[in-house]
Design a protein around this ligand. Structure first.
Ligand code: ADP
Ligand code: NA
Length: 332
């Protein structure tokens, strides 16, 4: 049996937003006191599978780290680190490149989505990315991986790689990591189109609430959010077919640590002209202090770098013996 251990990574690319907070960072912070060892990785090696401006990447890595800390992740309790500072990830990834089959990789839908029509011009790294992700997880013998719905297929590939390695080398060395999938309620949709995810990869979406937004900006974006003319329904079923209304209720629930049912029980029957200011106040009270703390941390880049450095040392203490044993099993 494997000791429970959590691993999750986020790419330092683009701006962190309310969806990243409610769907990932806040959930990580809430889980922190359950006593399970957790590693959170700024996956810069994944980020460079598509072009990144060097100075922007450096900035985004620090800002993501600041986002973790400002969201309540304590670098003493959780291990916060930068992927490129732990060479065991790429060393393990090479072994997994040799375990994974071309056919498996070709089935990855995210590669097809990201490479688009011009797949011949995509980087080799973008194609091999899921094998590096398997290494990120398995080099720590992680057992639980909080991921978005879009990463489910990659996590299945991780399990396939672990299973094939264990089978080929007649060992039970690698665990089968379990996905911890965010629920629909924690999926934050765009404030201008309730059918699209709030996403850092859509620079044209000016409605997106970024984690670095100040109080006025947060408030303004909530007030401008698209809605329909009906008041909030008196039961959850009344949100069917009303994606924008459902999204605002879910955001309220996420920020207030309530269920969507409880929000409807309290707010049902109210017009948006009444509900939106309440939601705006709640969003400001939860998000503005995080934004301020991120700003403060970003004034001290050396402090952030030192936190990542310590985190990488702690991560390597776990990864190095697992990599060494893996090489030994392989005959190296
Ligand atoms: P990456 O490309 O590094 O995975 P994403 O921004 O897609 O970065 O996701 C980072 C984390 O934030 C993931 O755990 C993902 O599930 C979560 N996340 C991203 N967008 C949303 C959203 N709109 N609602 C809820 N969670 C989200
Ligand atoms: Na993603």
């Amino acid at each position: 049996a494997f000791t429970p251990r959590v691993f999750s990574g986020i790419q330092p690319s683009g701006d962190l937003h309310l969806g990243n907070y409610l769907g990932a960072l806040k959930r990580f912070a809430d889980a922190q006191d359950r006593g399970v060892q957790s590693l959170y990785c700024m996956v810069d090696l994944h980020a460079i599978t598509v072009w990144q401006e060097p100075e922007r990447l450096r900035h985004a890595t620090r800002e993501l780290t600041a986002g973790f800390i400002a969201s309540g992740l304590d670098p003493e309790k959780s291990i916060l680190f930068n992927q490129s500072q732990v060479p065991e990830h790429t060393q393990m990834a090479w072994v997994f490149n040799c375990v994974a089959r071309m056919g498996w990789m070709k089935r990855m839908t995210q590669f097809k989505d990201k490479a688009g029509k011009n797949a011949e011009n995509a980087s080799l790294g973008l194609f091999g990315y899921p094998a590096l992700m398997a290494a990120d997880i398995l080099v720590y013998h992680a057992t639980h991986v909080p991921v978005g719905e879009d990463q489910k297929q990659h996590l299945e590939l991780t399990r396939d790689i672990a299973a094939k390695f264990n089978h080929d080398y007649e060992t039970e060395f690698f665990p089968m990591p379990e996905p911890v999938i965010e629920g629909a309620a924690t999926r934050v949709m765009s404030l201008r189109d309730g059918s699209k995810k709030m996403s850092k990869s859509d620079p044209s979406d000016m409605s997106r609430i970024n984690m670095t937004d100040d109080a006025d900006t947060i408030s303004r974006k909530i007030r401008k959010a698209k809605t329909d003319p009906e008041p909030l329904p008196s039961d959850l079923g009344g949100l069917d077919g009303r994606p924008e209304a459902r999204n605002l209720v879910n955001i309220y629930a996420g920020l207030a640590d309530m269920s969507a049912e409880a929000v409807i029980a309290e707010m049902g029957g109210r017009a948006f002209s009444e509900f939106k200011p309440l939601l705006a106040d709640l969003a400001v009270s939860r998000m503005a202090p995080i934004s301020e703390e991120m700003g403060r941390l970003m004034q001290e880049p050396a402090e952030i770098d030192a936190i990542l450095c310590r985190g990488s040392d702690r991560a390597r203490e776990i990864a190095a013996p697992i990599l060494r044993k893996t090489y030994d099993i392989v005959g190296m």
